[in-house]
Design a protein around this ligand. Structure first.
Ligand SMILES: [Ca+2]
Ligand SMILES: [Ca+2]
Length: 211
């Protein structure tokens, strides 16, 4: 089963954030949706599902070309297996310099890569560019732990004037927790049925009084 085009609100790791109407960002789809009480967005999947992700750079709101971009991206290899990942032609054309390296002491204790892009011209303001496509397979043992199985955080952005524009990227982070369907809440369902039965009996009582 392919899971694409799933829409919902963004999640800033730890805090819900509404997608800004106007602002730079690095984001990915599917963005998932909020299915439980932990702050991170969730994507309900099954073991063996393949998920196609698209990563988009948006330079809305910048005033000069974006010449340097650093993205931190954790991926939980116990929940998501990488089947394919590649930079798009557009990304290669926009950023002639590219490196990707695993960092030490990653924030969530899962493998995290720092991707650095730069170019003498870069990407003009107010444009969107798909930079990466990836396909992952959901592995047995994936779980709802409230932790990102995939995330991106913009850690540095420099424009053509040498100005640090990192703070213009909002939200700075996006994360996704792949998780199984929730177990039905039998007790609350019974509670609901009980209430319904109570409502019916009192309705019958009231009706019988009026007869
Ligand atoms: Ca959640
Ligand atoms: Ca998970």
């Amino acid at each position: 089963m392919k899971l694409t085009d799933i829409s919902a609100s963004f999640v800033l790791l730890g805090a819900i954030a509404v997608t800004p109407a106007y602002g730079a960002s690095v984001s990915f789809t599917p963005i998932g949706s909020q299915l439980d009480k932990d702050a991170i967005n969730d994507l309900e999947v099954n073991v063996g599902d393949t998920i196609d992700f698209s990563f988009i750079l948006d330079t809305s709101g910048l005033t000069a070309n974006l010449q340097s971009l650093e993205i931190l991206s954790p991926q939980d290899p116990t929940e998501l297996l990488t089947l394919e990942v590649f930079r798009t032609d557009g990304d290669r054309a926009a950023f002639s310099e590219f490196t990707g390296n695993l960092i030490e002491n990653p924030p969530f204790g899962i493998p995290t890569a720092l991707f650095q892009r730069s170019d003498s011209i870069g990407v003009s303001p107010n444009s969107t560019l798909e930079i990466v496509r990836a396909t992952y397979e959901v592995l047995p043992g994936f779980k709802n732990d409230g932790l990102p199985d995939l995330a991106v955080t913009v850690t540095s952005a420099i424009d053509a004037n040498g100005i640090n524009v990192t703070s213009l990227f909002k939200p700075a982070s996006q994360g996704l927790d792949v998780q199984p369907a929730p177990v039905p809440e039998t007790t609350s369902l019974l509670g609901f049925l009980g209430l319904a039965a109570l409502g019916t009996s009192s309705l019958l009582k009231n009706l019988s009084k009026r007869v």
